[in-house]
Write a protein that binds this ligand. Structure first.
Ligand code: SF4
Ligand code: SF4
Length: 350
């Protein structure tokens, strides 16, 4: 069986020659011929993570700009795309999320890209992708991703408390799921109302399109009509709507892979793992962290599984020391089994 190709640019942020990096990324596009296959006038999604409020570890806008300039040369409009988070904070709804992205430097001027939050105002918008996988039968993918046939996946590789690490697959699986999909991955139950916090204001009753919430004895109650879209989590002014983070981390990691597969279905995509500024926690963590190792560089591949496998191989010692609770072999094998890509890769240094 042939191996997947993973390109590798050795690079240390702040030390490397930025123009040289630009030339090398351009070379990856030339070798993969990714842009040659795009139809002029279409939209292209660049999936990034804008970073949590108070956390400056996210990928810097200048990397996005390198890619956007190359894409724009082909008369294709690149959009920075993201989805709302499940937990509370500025990235939980479209308006504040875009504002935070701009504060973190992801402006049109600096990136040449407009921003599109793909899953509605509060993460409620999704379409279902049937994948019939062991843990997920139908994935709830952010609704507006449907408009994009082309995708460049720009992931910041780092550690992650639940999944051990987050790279290109997590950027796709969790990052392109609507809020209801994120809920499905994290929890096996639907949201519930914490009566100690509920004032009975009825805002959630009016909001829920499924008519699943009723006021019962002065408190809101979520009934069987709930489809788990999770939109109401962001709506309640008292943060009374909660869910149980009850999914085992290994199943969560596998579900993320299933969702990555769903997000890629019928899409033409190229994946980049930036192994720079590697921290022990995700960019969702609300504070800037020290990096846990020297910068390594940038990986790129058409094969997202091989791209993450290579990222993991470079960082294995640190990641497994931090998060030893996961069976990484089993998780990667699962990814291969569901057809995400190959574990076996050939590393080509640029
Ligand atoms: S919006 Fe929140 S406080 Fe108001 S009724 Fe619903 S759960 Fe209770
Ligand atoms: S009650 Fe269920 S269906 Fe209604 S908004 Fe909340 S999660 Fe969505």
């Amino acid at each position: 069986m042939s191996k997947s190709i993973v390109y590798f640019i050795p690079y240390k942020q702040g030390e490397g020659n930025f123009n040289n990096l630009k030339r090398k990324i351009e070379k990856i596009f030339s070798l993969t011929k990714f842009l040659d296959k795009l139809n002029y006038g279409r939209k292209l999604a660049i999936k990034v993570h804008f970073g949590e409020e108070g956390n400056n570890n996210h990928l810097k806008p200048e990397y996005v700009r390198i890619i956007a300039e190359l894409v724009a040369q082909k008369t294709i409009q690149p959009y920075l795309v993201e989805t709302s988070t499940l937990y509370r904070g500025k990235r939980n709804n479209k308006k504040d999320h875009i504002q935070l992205a701009r504060e973190h430097g992801f402006t049109l001027e600096d990136t040449l890209c407009l921003i599109e939050i793909l899953d509605g105002n509060t993460g409620e918008g999704y379409y279902e992708v049937p994948i019939n996988s062991p843990y997920t039968k139908k994935a709830k993918i952010a609704q507006k991703l449907r408009r994009y046939l082309y995708l460049i996946n720009l992931a910041h590789f780092k550690g992650h408390l639940a999944t051990g690490f987050g790279g290109v697959l997590k950027n796709l699986g969790m990052g392109l799921a609507a809020k209801g999909g994120k809920l499905d991955m994290h929890s096996s139950s639907h949201p519930f109302v914490n009566e100690n916090k509920c004032s009975g204001c009825g805002i959630c009753v009016d909001y829920c399109k499924e008519g699943a919430i009723k006021i019962h004895h002065l408190y809101a109650k979520i009934g069987p009509l709930c489809v788990g879209c999770a939109g109401c989590l962001a709506i309640c002014p008292n943060q009374a709507i909660e869910f149980r983070w009850d999914q085992s981390t290994e199943i969560l990691a596998k579900k993320v892979l299933e969702y990555a597969k769903a997000a890629l279905l019928d899409r033409y995509a190229l994946h980049f793992n930036f192994l720079i500024n590697i921290t022990s926690n995700c960019d969702c963590y609300p504070k800037t962290e020290e990096k846990i190792m020297e910068d390594i560089g940038i990986l790129a591949s058409f094969d997202p599984l091989a791209c993450d496998q290579a990222g993991f191989d470079f960082t294995k010692k640190a990641i497994t020391k931090l998060y030893s609770h996961l069976n990484y072999e089993e998780i990667f094998n699962f990814g291969e089994k569901i057809g995400l890509g190959k574990r076996d890769y050939e590393l080509i240094e640029i």
